[in-house]
Structures are given as structure tokens and as C-alpha cells.
Design a protein around this ligand. Structure first.
Ligand code: UD1
Ligand code: CA
Length: 435
């Protein structure tokens, strides 16, 4: 029978090194909190895996976020932040009677992949381990707990940077903060941890020594990809993790047949799917979930803010911003345009400088506009939501559209052109006369 798996995610810490009023786990990469990236990687293991988040610092904010976005995730409160071991202990009541595997991860390690979690569990089960810690090797291991192995290669204990001697600091194999536990065997450790270390904290890492002292089998699973293990303690770590997440996704897109010309100025959220033969030009920033079909051209200098769908062969050009825009096939939005909350058909041409005015700042409401197939919108027009432009209608340049437009109509809403003959000449003559 397959073992039941539950996960504990630690997210109660203050994140002092971030120098922020916001709880660390709510800091974002591609507009999504660190905690959310971790929960999603765990949830992708299987729908059956239940996650428990330990909250503490900024508990109210974190809980509100979770209630809003992850109703199925449980929380437990760590009133005082007395260390990572003490944090896990707060989940004990929620796991009473549980007999399966517990995965422990930190909410500040957002790059962890589902694949690595799977490998950790597989390794743990295949080797009949009681406690498996995921390790990795860093050239610069500063800040991480160091893995101490015996001459035979067995993991004996983990020593934190702050408790490490100079020679221990030389060790490059580190604790990633991710563990797999045979819950019935290891749970007792959490009631027996001590806080006699340089920080006066109950360290989760001390369960390694506890497990060995209590005749449990302790193993290390070394993850070959150390980029995944970047923990976020500072703004500089956040920047590093953002870059890794981005580069990893750009590589996978290129592998799938997407052209990307400049990996140093292209930013695409891993939640954005792009199909083959689409081309992404430099200085493009894409966050959130989006679906870009094949044969599209995006950028240079395009900004997609999520919930967009772009149909085959459509073009999104320079200085164009899209948000919640569903655009069908062969449509051009080529210059200086904002499309927010709109459904746009195929073979539509949206002229330079068009704005979809979707937001009423008094009612705080956002409304949707619809543009049917074959519509042409002249440059510098404003489409004030909610309106519908029906098939093949034509909006004259510089129009402000506030009412629906019938199919095949020309609509014009601007001051008619007025010409005053010889106006300039007359002005100039007047000036000459006066002087
Ligand atoms: C921890 C590990 C270290 C490992 C590193 C990997 C310990 C003692 N150290 O160090 O060996 O190399 O992670 O990234 O475990 N937290 C709580 N309650 C607390 C304290 C922390 O929930 O009382 C949470 C934090 O929100 C964070 C996680 O635990 O998500 C890790 O805490 P942090 O202070 O970042 O530990 P590190 O110093 O990075
Ligand atoms: Ca950390």
C-alpha cells in the first residue's frame, strides 16, 4: 500500500535579514509569494498530500493570504519564534495518530521542484530510511547548516553556521532544510529537543543526532541541482532566486521550440506557457499565468501581467501592456497600447496608442470589453468598458468609445476637423504691422 504523505512548511520566522515589515514568506517572485511557490510544488506531488503551514510572525497576514488562495491548506500558530524545531512541534496536534511520511520544508525555499521532492521520497522508501535529509553542495556555503559525516560517510549531525568551528565552515555539503520523516519513529524528537546552542533556539537540525541516538536510520539524499536549494534570507538572495527561476524557465521554453533572443533581458514566469515557434524579443516581462499559442511575436518591451491568452500568430508589440486579455488568432496589438480586461477576436487590428479603460477608480470596479473578429481600432482611441464592438466594425482614430458599436459600422467620436484658411499668414501679417 502506498504511504500517506503530509507536509509541514515552516513560515513563522520573522525574516530579520529581509529588513521588511512584511512577513518573509509573503515576499514575491513573479507576483507570487515565496510560500505559494513551495505549496504548489508540494501539491503537485499528489492532490492527496495535505500541507500544514506553521505561521507566527505576521500570522494574520499569512493566514489571510492562505484563506484566500489555499482553502485546503491547514495552519498552526507558533506564538513565539523559538526555532525551526519548535516550529515543527506546533504541528504535532494536527498529526496525532498519523502513520505515514512527513515532508518538512521551509517556506523560504521557493525553487524546490516537485521532481526533487519525489526523488527524496523515493530514496527514503527504497533505502528503508527513518529520516532522510536533502543536502546539496555549495561553493560558498555561508549561512547554511553544514553536514557532518562519519569516516564511513554516514550523516552524524548538522552544525549551523553560527555554531561552526573554522574547520566545520570549510565543509561545502549543506542542509537544504528539506526532510522526509517516518513520522511514528521521529515525532518523539520534537518533545525532546534542547536549545543549548549559540542562538538559544530549538533547532530542527538536531533531530539528526536524536534519531541516531535513538537507533533510527538516518540518510542524506544529495540533490545535484544546488540552484533549487537557494534559501531566501535577504533581498540579495531574493534577487538570486528570481534569476534562477527565470533562467530555468527560459531554458525549458527554448527546449520546447520558443525563440528567445536575450536571456538577460527577458523575464517569464514559470506559470506562463508558450508554444513552439513563438518569438520573444528583448526587454519583455511576463508575470502570472498566461497562455501564448504558437507563432506569436511578443515584444520587444512588452509587459503581460497575467491571465492572458494569445491566439496563434498574434503580435504583441513594443510598449504594450496586457492584463486579463483574451486575444484570438492573427490579431495585432503592435504599439503603445494597454489592453486590460478584454476579450478580442481574431484578425483584429488595434492601432497605436489605444487604451482599454477598464477601471472605475470611484467604484473600484473593473469592467470587461469585447471586440469581435475583424474589428479595426484607429490609433489613440479609448475604449471605455463595458462596451462591445461587433464584427468588422471600424473605429476612427482618436475616438472615445462609450457605447456598443454595430457590426460593419464606422464609428467616430471626436471633434470634426476644422480648417481656417490663411490663418497663419494672417497672424504673421498682423505681427509685422504691429512691430
Ligand atoms: C535553516 C537550517 C539550516 C539550513 C537552512 C536552509 C535550522 C536550525 N537551520 O537555516 O541548517 O541550511 O535553513 O535554507 O533549521 N521558522 C519558523 N519558526 C522559527 C524559526 C524559523 O517557522 O522559530 C521558519 C522560517 O520562517 C523559515 C524557516 O523556518 O521559513 C527557516 O528559518 P531560517 O531562520 O531562515 O533558517 P536558516 O538560518 O536559513
Ligand atoms: Ca532560511
Amino acid at each position: 500500500m502506498e504511504k500517506e504523505v503530509k507536509a509541514i512548511i515552516l513560515g513563522a520566522g520573522k525574516g530579520t535579514r529581509m529588513k521588511s515589515t512584511k512577513p518573509k514568506v509573503l515576499h514575491e517572485i513573479f507576483a507570487k509569494p515565496l510560500l505559494s511557490w513551495v505549496i504548489d510544488s508540494i501539491s503537485a506531488l499528489s492532490k492527496k498530500v495535505e500541507s500544514i503551514v506553521v505561521i507566527g510572525h505576521g500570522a494574520h497576514e499569512v493566514e489571510e493570504y492562505l484563506n484566500h488562495n489555499y482553502k485546503y491548506v491547514k495552519t498552526t500558530l507558533q506564538k513565539e519564534q523559538l526555532g525551526t524545531g519548535h516550529a515543527v512541534a506546533q504541528a504535532l496536534p494536527l498529526l496525532a495518530g498519523f502513520r505515514g511520511l512527513v515532508i518538512i520544508t521551509c517556506g523560504d525555499t521557493p525553487l524546490i521542484t516537485t521532481q526533487s521532492l519525489k526523488s527524496l521520497i523515493k530514496y527514503h522508501l527504497e533505502h528503508n530510511s527513518d529520516l532522510t535529509v536533502m543536502t546539496t553542495v555549495f561553493d560558498n556555503p555561508f549561512g547554511y547548516g553544514r553536514i557532518i559525516r562519519s569516516a564511513k560517510g554516514e550523516i552524524i549531525k548538522i552544525v549551523e553556521e553560527k555554531d561552526a568551528s573554522e574547520s566545520t565552515k570549510e565543509i561545502k555539503e549543506v542542509n537544504t532544510g528539506i526532510y522526509c520523516l517516518e513520522w511514528t519513529k521521529i515525532k518523539k524528537a520534537f518533545t525532546e529537543l534542547k536549545n543549548n546552542n549559540s542562538q538559544g533556539e530549538y533547532y530542527l537540525t538536531d533531530i539528526i543526532k536524536w534519531a541516531r541516538d535513538n537507533s533510527c536510520r538516518v540518510l542524506g539524499y544529495k540533490n545535484p541541482d544546488n540552484r533549487e536549494m537557494q534559501g531566501i534570507n535577504s533581498r540579495s538572495d531574493l534577487e538570486k532566486a528570481f534569476q534562477v527561476m527565470n533562467q530555468r524557465h527560459l531554458d525549458s521554453l527554448m527546449d520546447k521550440g520558443v525563440t528567445i533572443y536575450d536571456r538577460n533581458s527577458t523575464y517569464i514566469s514559470p506559470e506562463t506557457i508558450i508554444c513552439e515557434d513563438s518569438v520573444i524579443f528583448p526587454n519583455t516581462y511576463i508575470e502570472g499565468r498566461n497562455y501564448i499559442s504558437s507563432g506569436c511575436k511578443i515584444g520587444p518591451m512588452a509587459h503581460l501581467r497575467g491571465n492572458c491568452e494569445i491566439g496563434e500568430g498574434s503580435k504583441i508589440g513594443n510598449f504594450v501592456e496586457l492584463k486579463n486579455a483574451k486575444i484570438a488568432k492573427k490579431t495585432n496589438v503592435c504599439h503603445l497600447t494597454y489592453v486590460g480586461d478584454a476579450k478580442i477576436g481574431s484578425c483584429v487590428n488595434i492601432g497605436a496608442g489605444t487604451i482599454f479603460a477598464n477601471y472605475n477608480s470611484i467604484t473600484k470596479e473593473k469592467k470587461l470589453s469585447t471586440v469581435a473578429d475583424g474589428v479595426s481600432i484607429g490609433s489613440n482611441s479609448v475604449i471605455v468598458a463595458p462596451v462591445e464592438l461587433k464584427e468588422d466594425s471600424f473605429v476612427a482614430a482618436l475616438s472615445c468609445i462609450t457605447k456598443d458599436v454595430e457590426a460593419d459600422s464606422l464609428v467616430m467620436n471626436r471633434v470634426p476637423q476644422k480648417e481656417i484658411k490663411n490663418w497663419v499668414k494672417n497672424k504673421k501679417e498682423k505681427i509685422d504691422y504691429e512691430s
